[in-house]
Structures are given as C-alpha cells and as structure tokens.
Design a binder for this molecule. Structure first.
Ligand code: PLP
Length: 404
C-alpha cells in the first residue's frame, strides 16, 4: 500500500463496496461485474504487497523523474500582490503531466494479472500518451479510444501515441468527446476481458478504479506536503487544483485531508457560460446520478442523460466527476469553484510571461483561480497549486484563439 495510506475509517478510503459516503460504488451490467471484480481482487492483493510498491516507486523515481519540484512562484506572487503561490510541477514529469503516475501503476497491475493488452479512453490525449508510454516501457499492447473531435484538436498527441506503438480508435458516436470514448472502451473491455486490462484515466468509474487511481496519484500530495514544510516551514493555507475527473486534484489533496487547517479548493471549467452545453462544471451545477458505473454528481437532463459539455481544456470536458469529490463537496471538506475559458486563457498567458512556465489549459484553470484568490490574502498566506501538466500540447490552439 502507498506508504501513508491507512485503514478504511479514513476519509480518503471508500468502504468495501467502493462508497465514499453516498457516492461511488459499482453499478455495472452482470457481464462487466465479474470482469471488474477480478480487477478489484487483484488490486486489493497487490495493495498489501510491498514488492509492488517498491517497483512502482523505482519507476517513478528513475523513469518519471520524481519527486517533481515545488516552485515558489515569486514573480507571480509579487505581481498579484498578496499570498505566496507555490506550484507543484507535475508538468515536469516524463510525458508532461500527472497522468503517468497512475498509468505506470495500472500497467504494472495489468502485467501482474497476466494481461497482454491495455486499453483506455482519452480526452486531451494526455492519458492516452501516458498509457502508451507505460505500455511501451512494460511491454504490453495498447489501444486508445478517443473522440473524433479530440483527435482533430489534439493531433500531436495522436501522433505521439502512434509513435509509441499504440493503436488509436477514433470514436464518432454521440458527441465524439471524452464520454463517448469511455463508452467505447467499456464495450471493448467486455468483449476482450480475458487478455485485456481497462486502465481508466481518472478517479472515476466503478469501484475499485476511483480508489486505485487515487492511491497511485497520492504520491503528489505526499511529496508536496514534505516540500512545503521544508521550504516554508509550515503547511499551506490553500490547496488549488483543477477538476475534470479529479485525479490530479486527489493526487494533491489526499495527503492533506486530515489537516483541517488547510482549505481545499477544486476548480471546474465554467467554459463559455453557465448555459447547458457551454461548460463542464459538474459539482457547481450538477445533481447526483449514475454514469460509467458510479454514483456521483452529473450534468444531466431529467431522464439521466448526460449533457453535452464544453471546456477550452479537453481534459476537463466530462459531464461527471470522481465520487470522492462528490463526497468532499457534500461533507464540506473541500470547496468547488468554476473558472471560465477567458480567465483561463489570461492565466495561461500570465504564467508563461511571468514565470517562464507554459501551463496546460487544464492546469491554467487552477492558476486562474489562485490569481483571483491571492490578492485577497496577506503576503504571509500560502496557496499551493497543482500544475498538473505542461501546455505544449495546447500552443497551436491557443495561438489560434488568441490570434498570435
Ligand atoms: C487529464 C488532465 C487533467 C484532468 O484530469 P483529472 O483527472 O481531473 O486530473 C488535468 N490536467 C491535465 C494536464 C490533464 O492532462
């Protein structure tokens, strides 16, 4: 088990059926139940196996490049004239985002289960690239389901996946976005489960995926907690992370959940407006429901059909959210806010110019919220932002919308 994970009475661990309070669980058709039960049993067994975590940590250290730095963004903090902003540099990981953390874990698990092939959905293409990378490293076949709209928008990541020896399946059903790619990957999993492992890309889906992905990501917050104590001599006042499915956010938040003096803020994409179809701010505007095998907050119509969603960051355009975030919202341990496309672009530009760091559009949502919060606080306060990924994948798109 990752070194600071603890028993099931802890706020960060679901009960034995995968519930975080009223949310989570495993709501899947019978043919999928047996297949996912196998994943659960395998994961619960390796969760207790120190040799698994030793191998995992070895790969994080020597292949991914962990620990990632914690950077005190002094220029940005001075410019904003308030709290001190620190950035957890997940953008510096191999493949440029936090997703490699859980992909290495999932592919290691697949290998231990004797699977030959890993499959997944992807939105921005980051999960696909990270999974294809881990599969190449560990010698498994890889197939990635991706919405046709995202394939067009994230062309460089599609090429990367192909170079890594992965097959990319272009999904044209429904809205041709992330949700449709998830549906398509589930279908593949049911059909090919004997030799295939489904590596979900966030803290979403049926139990045990939310717990498992959170465990794999929790290294981010364990590092950040030690780093901020070393650099600032204390814990931060605020944690800020963007929330799509919620994996980078839980990566940062998990180690701090017991520290009630630390305020926790998740930032969702408010998109173009609060109209249906123009944002993906699930916890801000959604209601509890059922999607992809879990009970959680959803953007949905009266019949439970998910809404079309939009964000300038394709990694955030998902009509659901990880069940632990639903639980943290209702229990008020975390607060969820929303930031729109325009503020996100401004933050993308500001961080690039002031710190020399080009952030992913996803991460720019968190930076934008920190930039609003900082001036309202005194200079001795600390905001720790998870910089979940780098913006190289977004530069063509940004150049186009900003007319550069
Ligand atoms: C995929 C992605 C996200 C959103 O996914 P979460 O599971 O919410 O973390 C955020 N940032 C980057 C850079 C991503 O690639």
């Amino acid at each position: 088990m990752p070194s600071s994970s603890t028993g099931s009475n802890q706020i960060n661990t679901p009960d034995q059926h995968g519930f975080f309070g009223a949310y989570g669980g495993r709501f899947v058709p019978p043919q999928l139940e047996a297949v996912i039960k196998e994943v659960e049993e395998a994961y619960l067994s390796i969760r207790q196996d120190q040799s698994f975590w030793d191998e995992y940590q070895r790969l994080l250290t020597h292949y991914v490049g962990r620990p990632s730095p914690l950077w005190h963004a002094r220029n940005l903090s001075t410019k904003l004239g308030g709290a001190q902003i620190y950035l957890k540099r997940e953008d510096l990981n191999h493949t440029g985002a936090h997703k490699i953390n859980h992909c290495i874990g999932e592919v290691l698990l697949a290998k231990r289960m004797g699977k030959k092939r890993v499959i997944a959905e992807t939105g921005a293409g980051q999960h696909g690239v990270a999974l294809a990378t881990a599969a190449a490293l560990l010698g498994l076949e890889c197939e990635i389901h991706m919405g046709a709209i995202d394939v067009a928008k994230q062309h460089p990541n599609v090429i990367r996946m192909k170079l890594l020896g992965c097959k990319v399946i272009e999904v044209t059903q429904g809205g041709a976005c992330l949700k449709d790619a998830v549906d398509s990957a589930f279908t593949d999993f049911v059909t090919n489960h004997r030799d295939t492992f489904f590596a979900i890309g966030s803290v979403v889906g049926p139990h045990p995926y939310p717990m498992m992905v959170q465990d794999f990501q929790s290294v981010v917050g364990r590092e950040a907690r030690a780093q901020i104590q070393e650099q600032a001599g204390r814990l931060p006042d605020y944690l800020v992370a963007c929330v799509g499915g919620g994996s980078n956010a839980m990566g940062l938040f998990t180690a701090f959940l017991p520290d009630t003096e630390v305020s926790i803020i998740g930032v969702e994409p408010a998109g173009k407006s609060d109209q249906r179809g123009e944002h993906a701010a699930t916890l801000s505007f959604g209601t509890p429901g059922m999607l992809h095998g879990m009970k959680t907050y959803l953007l949905q119509d009266d019949g439970g059909e998910p809404w079309p969603v939009h964000s300038i960051a394709s990694g955030l355009d998902y009509p659901g959210v990880g069940p632990i975030h639903a639980f943290l919202k209702d229990s008020k341990r975390a607060e969820y806010v929303a930031v729109g496309d325009a503020e996100t672009l401004a933050a993308f530009r500001q961080l690039s110019e002031v710190e020399g760091i080009i952030p992913a559009l996803e991460s720019s949502h968190a930076v934008a919220y920190a930039a609003k919060l900082a001036p309202r606080l005194s200079a001795d306060k600390i905001i720790l932002v998870n910089l979940s990924g780098r913006g190289d994948k977004d530069i063509d798109y940004v150049a186009e919308v900003m007319g550069i």
